[in-house]
Design a binder for this molecule. Sequence first.
Ligand code: AMP
Length: 412
Amino acid sequence: MSKIMAVNAGSSSLKFQLLEMPEEKLICSGLVERIQPNCMSHYFFKMDGKVVLDREVPVPNHAVAVQLVLDGIKELNIVASLDEISGVGHRIVQGGPYFSDSVIINEDVKNKIKELIPLAPLHNPAHITGIEAFEEVLPNVVNVAVFDTAFHQTMPIENFLYGTPYEWYTENKVRKYGAHGTSHAYVANVYGETVNKSLEGTKVITCHIGNGASITAVKDGKCLDTTMGLTPLDGFPMGTRSGHMDPTVISYIAGERNMELKDIINALNKESGYKGMSGLSHDSRDLEKAIEVGSKPDATDAEKELARRCRLAFDVQFKRICDYIGSYYVLMGGCDAIIFTAGIGENSAYLREKVCDRLAALGVKINKELNNDNSIRGKITNISADDAKVQTWIIPTNEELAIVRETVALVK
Ligand code: AMP
């Protein structure tokens, strides 16, 4: 028996889960947020779904955050000694061309993560800070890096190379790397286990649709293609990201709106997608609610207009999701199952129905009653209609569990 921690260090936050292994039992989870000097930060611990510790204190840096997390674990009597923690798995957003698997962290690994900072300027520095904080506070514990990009390293070059000058690839590492790899791999594996089929010879399309969203073609258990690119901005519109577009939009809008490059990239990452198109919110639930309100017979003109914009935001996204699914169907020469996961994929019956209806030409057909049944929430569910040629599944993702499993494998 051992306790393993999964850590997701962001630029000003640190999310964690502690699991008992090999039972895969969640012991506690929590978040430290607003990690920065000269301000009040906040952290909480949850056990059995309930908040058991909730405090506001100054947390000037990640080392202090890690110390608070470990102090909280002792205070809540989760461990008698921190020696019970035998490994820490760190989620790393960008592993570039260097990592096709998880690795034990050493100086070389840290140097490569640092070298890749230009490709992930917000995430990789935060990951390094998180890793170094754990190294300082728990010097005898093995730290493991689990890369969002690793699963996508099996893409053949014709699927990851952009049509740009070749030197941009060889000299500047410009290519598609993908993201959410841990989640895509996890749900594809759960599908195989659930239908009791080897992934060898199996073709699935995994749709991780949350605030960030990507789709992956998984053939024989390996990534063949994915929608995110050099960075997570690529693909289809998401909560606040635009997804792909003609790159000339950038220079054109710089002139038209007198904007700086960094502000345009910021708008494409943070002010676009659902938020930008609807003008309402990045959260799909707000858009669904506005559509419901604006569809009522007594809706005001303003409510009707808002509903139109929200419907439009969804329609643009759904169209593009279907473009990718259709192209991956062709790329793999068919598809056994489409898998929906993450916040929206798992919870929004609306998105699943609208997307699957548009995929009728592929033989996708869902059981609409089951799709709308609230009791399937959080459960692995086959929502296909009996006569569907391509199955449709909901498989809840669990990236933290996947990180912990990878960590256990390497700690051993
Ligand atoms: P994630 O990034 O995976 O945490 O997903 C966040 C997204 O999931 C947000 O847009 C939420 O609105 C959406 N979401 C979470 N729960 C629900 C729900 N019950 N119904 C519809 N969308 C949901």
